[in-house]
Design a binder for this molecule. Sequence first.
Ligand code: GSH
Length: 254
Amino acid sequence: MTVTKITFFDIPTVLPVPTSPNTWKVRLALNYKGLCYQTRWVETTDIESVSKSLGIPPTGTSPSGVPTYTLPALIDNTFSPPAILSDSTPIIEYLERRYPDPDPTHVLLPSGSRALQALFEYHVATSITAHLLPVMVMHMYSKKTPRDRAHFRQRMEAAFGKKLEDIELKGRDREEAWKRIEGSFDLLSKLLEKNVHGIYFMGENLSLADCMLGGLMLTLRYDSPDEAWLKVVSWNNGRWARYMAALEKWAVVH
Ligand SMILES: N[C@@H](CCC(=O)N[C@@H](CS)C(=O)NCC(=O)O)C(=O)O
């Protein structure tokens, strides 16, 4: 394990593990790279104030032009001045730059693959992540800390103009939404079959794409073990259970 002074900012839940896809994406990368880091847990309610107090940059702007703050974030005090970063992909790019693996096959962003990795991320975000809220909202809510539950309910109800419980699809609409999500996993599975060797998107070596999809899968597994995860592992002849098993050694919380 490489000794560093890295603080990684993640969101706590009522479980012993986090459930945020973007923080899992970076955690998988940190663990894969064998970096030593400590986690600072920040409830969603406090992300903005903690980020501002530490000089962590915003990751977006609200429609009214106000800067918005998200996790993951990372502060690396190994060097002077410290690196202070937010946004999952730039954090992973930084880690790759600062801590290249001596083994040239252990590269999360192989040279020349950034556009394809970005295209993959865009595809998963628009074909899977964007469709999850109406089937996951109550699962997500139930795993949040009590403070974050209140914050989540208030923001979601303001955004959708209805009660949290009514954002969630039920009955036939719910099954149809799951079918669409299954279709997106089917496509990924078909594409993975094109690789002759290896279980990952770039074959035998983990890449950013796997950190992203792996992070999303960990969210499904921990937020919704008895619905989402049961479905995912039943799809594509168990491909996703095998895929997750391959990532398991890096899916740990330090
Ligand atoms: N582009 C950012 C997005 C990060 C993001 O959306 N993080 C969520 C948790 S997975 C968050 O911090 N949400 C805080 C909030 O909704 O206030 C990244 O890739 O890191």
